[in-house]
Design a protein around this ligand. Structure first.
Ligand code: WT7
Length: 663
């Protein structure tokens, strides 16, 4: 089963399309930045053999205040790029466009969930970033202070990120779907001094009360001194209590701010730009640290080549700013290229599943970057939601977040791309900061379900698993063999852990946690995680986090979380729980445990099933055997080596309970 799940992202294929090749459409190729393999190979070779020349030339257009003297220094855990360089990241995204016609070019085109449109030019975006930067300084926030951003998809979220960057205060964006508890953990771990938030956000026609969650979280987070609230909805739709001395109105602070105080703080290349929390194999999220010059350089160059971005493009990345894609490919990458970025506030099915296509039509989107789980949901909803809309403006499509099953790829290609648009299937991670494996849209033929080749500056390998007992169907270990500019610089608060987490599975190489295969053309097909990290609708969730949340509930003795293939979400979460003595299982308690996860972590992590069982299967040494539970959750035969199992009956009992529920 592993085989099937891995090979198709959990989506069994009826036809084998995975080996078909789709060369770049001629019309696209003809005007692409890189349009033949020789040129690509020349640049790729240069990026590895003469990286100084490559990075110097490719980042020439960034606005930096002091040029670097040494490209990189690399002695783990120390990782430095563009040594000696000084800059302010926001200047490359804003100030550099203020002279000439680009000043009046639209930087952000906002589409609210209710359907209104708002546009900010580069000049206007700059003005607002400067004002917020000044307001932050006026609140005593300085270079090095951490600022949390807990907002929905509104222009102010991007303004917030850039304003933090402007004063050199590392931001930590917390996805608005995270619950108050999860927000509090992140505020405490980062020691945030301020929180930027909004009253509430529109979500699927409802209101997500963000400020109310901040109130709960800040009560548990003593480092927070200031909360700045953007009014998206207004007092009538979303009544607020503002706490005097702590809470400030966004609009008032900006009106009072003195623009002189919004100057750009010039920082050294390795100054922290942001911390972004992500899930790993432990119960606690990791604060992935990214710094300034290297991150910006890589975001800039990948956006330029992979999306082949041009002055007249209307670029729409559907990711939320709460995830890494929203950092690199909503904010820093496209803005440092002077692009027009469409920002959509709401759900893909509001008012119906045609919303993305309506936005593409309305704003004449040329580049669309979205996730396989969304594509599968559109496919499932039916072609009639696409048909009424004019998609002829599109010229390039992208996919990110998990392996895309060939069936969904082909639908995207035919139905959305009308067979005219190349698809870039981009593999990367929170830790990598930018796209690592992809095709270049004017160069490479694409294959449904196969990401492609390493980008410039990236040396990747698929190594045989070190563990001989490893499942051969999960492929080899996908590693990155040399440092790249936007690689994570550490785990916040624990700089040494990065070595043990990422560089010890394969000595000296960065191990991604993913399994992969290389095909006869040298293309890399990413098969999925080899560790205990799940992708629920593209959201990264560690099973250990779910388990530690469950055992925090008074009724739970032990818990095991596993993923099972799901047609739309890619993976669904199933949890098995044993109870403390004298506690009795019931459907009500199961629902309560599902709620517990939703309120502690967030609704996106709510399990599809909670199954209360007498005890969990363990090895004789007491380790929970999740592999067996995974089989059970997927209604498969329990297979593999059972010799280490302590008590065979436990498995039979769970199988009985689980299949009785399904009926
Ligand atoms: C994990 C990283 C990268 C931004 C969004 C996710 C999976 C991501 C692909 C792809 C196959 C992919 C991997 C990776 N993944 N893109 N194109 N093909 N798998 O960032 O939340 O840090 O998750 O997403 O398993 O390790 P993230």
């Amino acid at each position: 089963m592993r085989n099937q799940e891995r090979d198709t992202g959990g989506h069994p294929e009826h036809e084998d399309h995975g080996n078909q090749k789709f060369p770049p459409p001629e019309a696209f190729r003809a005007r692409a930045r890189v349009r033949d393999l020789e040129h690509f190979q020349h640049l790729y070779r240069e990026s590895l053999e003469d990286p100084d020349t490559f990075w110097r030339r490719e980042t020439e257009d960034l606005l930096v205040r002091r040029h670097w003297t040494k490209l990189r220094e690399w002695k783990l855990p120390k990782i430095e790029w563009f040594v000696g360089g000084e800059l302010n990241v926001s200047e490359s995204c804003l100030d550099r466009f203020l002279e000439g016609p680009t000043a009046d070019k639209v930087a952000l085109r906002f589409e609210g969930e209710p359907g209104e449109t708002r546009s900010l030019t580069y000049r206007e975006l700059h003005r607002q970033v400067v004002a917020l930067a000044a307001a932050l300084r006026a609140r005593g926030i300085e270079k090095g202070d951490r600022v949390a951003i807990y907002m929905g998809m509104v222009p102010e979220a991007v303004i917030a990120m850039l304003a933090c960057a402007r004063i050199g205060a590392p931001h930590t964006v917390v996805f608005g779907g995270f619950a108050a508890e999860a927000l509090a953990d992140r505020l405490n771990d980062s020691g945030a001094k301020a929180v930027l938030t909004q009253d509430g956000a529109y979500r699927r026609g409802n209101i997500l009360p963000l400020k109310a969650a901040v109130d709960i979280a800040v009560d548990e987070a003593p480092s927070v001194e200031t909360v700045i609230v953007f009014r998206r909805l207004g007092q009538e739709l979303c009544p607020l209590e503002m706490r005097p001395g702590r809470d400030y109105e966004w609009a008032e602070l900006l009106a009072q701010a003195h623009p002189d105080q919004g100057y750009a703080e010039i920082v050294e290349a390795e100054h922290p730009l942001f911390i972004l929390y992500t899930s790993g194999s432990t119960g606690k999220p990791k604060g992935i640290l990214h710094t300034s010059y290297g991150y910006l350089a890589y975001a800039h160059v990948t956006t330029k080549y992979i999306f082949d971005i041009r002055d007249d493009d209307i670029y729409f990345c559907t990711a939320d700013v709460g995830w890494i894609t929203g950092h690199t490919y909503v904010t820093y990458g496209p803005l440092s290229n002077g692009a027009t970025v469409v920002l959509y506030e709401g759900a893909p099915n509001q008012p119906d599943w045609g919303r993305f296509w309506q936005i593409v039509d309305k704003h004449k989107v040329t580049i669309l970057y979205t996730a396989p789980t969304a594509i599968r949901a559109f496919m499932r909803a039916g072609d009639e939601f696409v048909d009424g809309h004019d998609l002829s403006s599109l010229r390039l499509l992208g996919s990110v977040g998990e392996p895309i099953n060939p069936e969904a790829w082909l639908w995207y290609h035919r139905k959305i791309g009308r067979e005219r648009c190349p698809i870039v299937d981009t593999w990367w991670q929170t830790e990598t900061g930018g796209i690592m494996i992809t095709t270049l849209p004017g160069v490479h033929a694409t294959k449904p379900g196969t990401a492609g080749v390493p980008f410039f500056g990236v040396k990747a390998s698929v190594l045989p698993p070190s563990d001989e007992a490893a499942d051969p169907d999960s492929g080899g270990l996908l590693t990155i063999d040399e440092p790249w500019p936007s690689m994570l610089r550490g785990i916040y608060g624990d700089p040494e852990r990065v070595v043990q987490q990422y560089f010890s599975t394969v000595q000296g190489h960065y191990f991604s946690g993913d399994g992969a295969k290389v095909d006869e053309d040298g293309y890399i097909r990413v098969l999925g995680r080899t560790d205990d990290v799940l992708k629920l609708s593209g959201h990264r969730v560690g099973t250990a986090e779910i388990e530690s949340c469950l055992v925090g509930h008074g009724a739970v003795a032990e818990a095991a979380a596993v993923g099972r293939p799901h047609d739309i979400k890619g993976q669904a979460l199933v949890v098995f729980v044993s109870l403390k003595p004298f506690r009795r299982g019931s459907p009500k308690l199961e629902a309560e445990l599902a709620d517990h996860i939703a309120t502690e972590i967030g609704r996106f992590a709510r399990p599809d099933e909670v199954c209360i069982v007498p005890s969990l299967p363990k090895t004789r040494s007491g380790k929970i055997m999740r592999r067996l539970l995974k089989n059970i959750a997927a209604f498969e035969e329990v297979r593999g080596d059972l010799s280490t199992l302590e008590d065979r009956d436990v498995v039979d009992t769970i199988v009985q309970i689980f299949s009785a529920r399904a009926r």
